[in-house]
Design a protein around this ligand. Structure first.
Ligand code: SAM
Length: 180
C-alpha cells in the first residue's frame, strides 16, 4: 500500500515510531525513501537499537518529537503515523494536524493507519472492546471519528484521497495536501 502512495524519491516523517520496527521494515522495502523516525524521548533508545541493527542507509537518527512540543524546521514529502491517534489526547491530535502545513510541501501525502469510528459508530465489536480497554487505561485515549479527523485534515489543507480496509478492522487513510 505504501508502495502505491509514496511514489518517487520521498522524504517521509514518521510520527510515533514506537519501537522503530515498522521503520526498518518499510525503509528496507522502499530504499528510495528517506524514512525519518520520531517519537517521545523515552522511545528513542529502542528506535536507535532497531535502526543500528538494521544499518540501513535511508533511516537517519530518530528525532525527539512530541506533537505537543516543539516541531522540527524541515520539509517532508510525506508524513506517516500508525496506531497513534487513539493513544494521543485529542488536543495532541489537533496539534499534530495544525503543524502539518509547516513541515510539508504542497502535494505532500499524509498516511495514517489505525482503527477509526464512522458516523459515531464502532466499525467492529473488536474495536468497541479495544476502545473500552483504552479508556480504562486513560480517559484521554479513544478511537477517533474519521469525520472529525478529516475536518482537522481539511483545516490543514489536506483532502482525503483513500480509505483502505486493513486486517483486524484497521484502516489506512491517505490525504493529499491540496493548498500551498
Ligand atoms: C501504540 S504506539 C504505536 C507505535 C508504532 N507506530 C506502532 O504502530 O507499533 C503509540 C505511539 O504513539 C506515541 N505517542 C503518544 N503520544 C505522543 C505524542 N504526544 N507525540 C508523539 N508521539 C506520541 C507513543 O510514544 C507510541 O510510540
Amino acid at each position: 500500500m505504501l508502495r502505491d502512495y509514496l511514489v518517487g524519491d520521498q522524504r517521509v516523517l514518521e510520527i510515533g515510531s514506537g519501537t522503530g520496527q515498522h521503520a526498518v521494515h518499510f525503509a528496507a522495502a522502499l530504499p528510495r525513501l528517506i524514512w525519518q523516525t520520531s517519537d517521545r524521548e523515552e522511545n528513542l533508545p529502542g528506535i536507535r537499537a532497531w535502526l543500528d541493527e538494521a544499518a540501513l542507509p535511508n533511516t537517519p537518527t530518530p528525532w525527539e518529537l512530541d506533537v505537543a512540543g516543539t516541531w522540527p524546521e524541515a520539509t517532508f514529502d510525506a508524513v506517516f503515523s500508525a496506531n497513534t491517534l487513539h493513544i494521543m489526547a485529542w488536543s495532541e491530535v489537533q496539534r499534530l494536524f495544525a503543524q502539518l502545513p509547516g513541515i510539508t510541501r504542497a502535494g505532500a501525502t499524509l498516511i495514517i493507519y489505525g482503527p477509526f469510528n464512522y458516523h459515531g459508530h464502532y466499525s467492529s465489536d473488536s474495536n468497541a472492546a479495544f476502545d473500552q480497554w483504552l479508556q480504562a487505561r486513560g480517559a484521554h485515549m479513544a478511537i477517533r471519528d474519521a469525520e472529525a479527523v478529516d475536518a482537522l485534515a481539511a483545516s490543514a489543507g489536506f483532502a482525503l484521497v483513500e480509505d483502505i480496509a486493513m486486517p483486524a478492522n484497521n484502516r489506512c487513510r491517505v490525504w493529499r495536501r491540496i493548498h500551498t
